[in-house]
Design a protein around this ligand. Structure first.
Ligand code: HEC
Length: 152
C-alpha cells in the first residue's frame, strides 16, 4: 500500500470516528407558543423567516449536512448561540427595553455580519439585498429609517 492510500485511509477513519462523537447530535426545535412570536409587518417577517429563522427561532430547518461531523458541531453551536442571543419565537418574553436593544442590534447587524457568511455560502437566497436591508432597518428604527448605533 502506498503512502497516499495510507494517508487517505487514516483520513477516512478519522472522519468516520468523528461521526460517533455525540456532541451536537440532538437537533431540537423547542416548542414555542405562537403567541410569543414576534409580530412585524409581513414584508419584514418574510425576510426574517428566509434569512434569520434557522438560527434565531425555534423553527430551525436542519439540513442533512447538519448531521455530518465536523460541520454538525459548528452548525449546532450557531443555532444554540443564535437562539440564546435573539429568539424570534419567544420575542414577547423579552422586556420592552430588551426588545428595543435587540432592534438596535438588528439594525446594526443586517448591513454586515448577519446572516453569518458561512450560512449564506450554503443558503444563497438568505443574502439580503440593499432594499431588503432598508426594509428591516425601517422596521428596526420604528419608521425613522436611521438610528445611531455607536451609542449604547
Ligand atoms: C447561521 C446562523 C445565523 C443566521 C442565519 C443569523 N444569525 Fe444572527 N447570530 C448568530 C449567532 C451564532 C449569533 C451570536 C454571536 C455571539 O455569540 O456573539 C448571532 C447574533 C445576532 C445578533 C446579536 C448581535 C450582537 O452583537 O450581539 C443579532 C441582532 C442578530 N444575530 C441578528 C440576525 C438577523 C437579523 C439575521 C437575519 C438577517 C441573522 N441574525 C441571521 C447566528 C445567525
Amino acid at each position: 500500500m502506498g503512502v497516499f492510500s495510507r494517508v487517505l485511509g487514516i483520513i477516512v477513519l478519522v472522519f468516520v470516528a468523528f461521526q460517533f462523537i455525540p456532541y451536537g447530535k440532538e437537533k431540537t426545535n423547542p416548542k414555542a407558543d405562537k403567541a410569543l412570536e414576534i409580530k412585524a409587518p409581513e414584508n419584514v417577517m418574510k425576510l426574517f423567516k428566509r434569512s434569520c429563522y434557522d438560527c434565531h427561532s425555534n423553527e430551525t430547518k436542519w439540513p442533512w449536512w447538519s448531521y455530518v461531523a465536523p460541520a454538525s458541531w459548528s452548525i449546532y453551536d450557531d443555532v444554540i448561540n443564535g437562539r440564546k442571543t435573539l429568539n424570534f419565537s419567544t420575542w414577547k418574553n423579552y422586556t420592552l427595553k430588551k426588545q428595543q436593544k435587540l432592534k438596535k442590534e438588528i439594525y446594526r447587524t443586517v448591513a454586515g455580519p448577519m446572516p453569518l457568511p458561512q450560512y449564506i455560502w450554503l443558503h444563497k437566497n438568505a443574502k439580503l439585498t440593499g432594499n431588503e436591508i432598508r426594509t428591516i432597518r425601517d422596521w428596526a428604527s420604528d419608521g425613522k429609517g436611521f438610528i445611531k448605533t455607536n451609542v449604547r
